[in-house]
Structure formats: C-alpha cells, structure tokens
Design a protein around this ligand. Sequence first.
Ligand code: 13P
Length: 259
Amino acid sequence: MDRRPERRSWIVGNWKMHGLRASLAAVVEIDRAAQACGEVDVALALPFTLIHAAAQAVSHIAIGGQNCHTQPQGAYTGDISAAMLHDSGADCVILGHSERRLDCGETDEIVRDKLHTALSSGLTVILCLGEHLAEREAGLAEDKVRQQLTHALTGLTPSPDLARHLAIAYEPIWAIGTGLVPEAPAIAAMHGAIRQSLAQALGPSARTIRLLYGGSVDEGNAPAILRLADVDGALVGNASLDSARFAAIIQAAQDIRDA
Ligand code: 13P
C-alpha cells in the first residue's frame, strides 16, 4: 500500500471546554506517548487557559487553540487573536469547528477570515468541514463539504508553504460525540472528494495537505479509520481527554506506519 510518505500521520486531540491546571499531568503523559511514536505527529488543541503552561511542559507534541478572532487585534472584549495564541506557545488552531459554526453563528465567510488571519500569524490551521445528518441522507454531503472548503480557500495563494500550514478535518456533525461513525467507504469517498477539491483550488501543492477524520474516533475504531485511503490522521474529542485512550490512538497510527 502507498503509505504517502510526503504526509506524516497527524493525531490531534481537541479538549473543547475541558481541562483545569491539574490536567497538565495528562498533557505530559500524552507528550511521553508521542515520544515513543516517532512516525506520528501529535497535537493537543487546548482551552486558552492551558496553552502557555502546556507549551512549556511538552517537547514532543504541538499545542493548539480551538478558535481565534478574524481580526489581528482590536476592541473585541473577551476574544483571542491568532497572534495571542502564537505568542502563548500555540503552533496550530482549529477553525470552523461545527460547534462554533452552530453555537456561535460562524459563517463560511467568518471562517475564511479567521483562516487568513491565523495563517498570517504563523499558525497552522486545522479547518473543520462536515455535513448534518439530513444533508447526508439527502445525498448532499459532498456538495456541502466542497462548498465549505471552497469558501474557506477563497483568496489564498497556492504555495508549498500554505500546504504545510493547512490541514483539513472532515467531521460529520452527526458523528461528533454520538458514537456514530460513517461507513468506511463513506469516509474514504469524502476524503477523496476533499483531496480533489484541494487540487482544483490549490494545484499540485495540495498533495501534501493532511486530511484528518473526526467524529467518535476512539481506540477501538482508530486502526480501521486510519488505514483508509486519504485519511492522514484523526481529530479526536472525547477520547483525547483520557491519556491512555489517546495514547492508544497514537500507537495505532504508529503501528500502521510500521506495518
Ligand atoms: P468526539 O471525538 O468526542 O466525537 O469529538 C470529535 C470532535 O468534535 C473533534 O473536534
């Protein structure tokens, strides 16, 4: 099988609104697990309050945020800029997560503006895309995801540097936190469609952009999901909060590389 050597595996944990300072012990355990899996890149997207301390505590994983503002700075009470994330030690940021699109009214245009600002601030962006269950049942899942992607990429100049700083996470909304996961062929088909759209929008450099699957990934289903064509990694919510479970997912990615 083609192991796509130009794209290393990437396992990213999204802690969402979980974690107090006591949870830094779990961050350090995850850092240790990552050290033992040298073929896999690992990141943890943490609440703002943990980013600086976590970045100082780890050596083998990247630390990320889960959102940033569209503007580089300004009178936006309670918001966080991409530059602030970077300054706190974050290397990456999740943008366009469905929880923010749905709970905070983030439109495709807002997500695009955030993407541009984050990239300009030196962050790597994990751009989340995904359809509602009704859209999948109506056969509209690919259209929805392609539309989200096209909007987000508008105005970006293709380059190898952009490709290095962009990853896409396909997260079907109905699979997040539900224990439901699409059938393997559906994941592979969507990742193939995203890869094709990326190539159309960004040309040959799109080949190196990593595509992650997210939505009820756990230590049991990770090996099968991570083996699928065009799945370069996973974006993990619930199972990333437990260092042993998350370590097992990292190990699954390493085992596939070793096979
Ligand atoms: P779960 O892994 O808890 O389904 O969450 C997925 C997710 O939203 C990651 O961003």
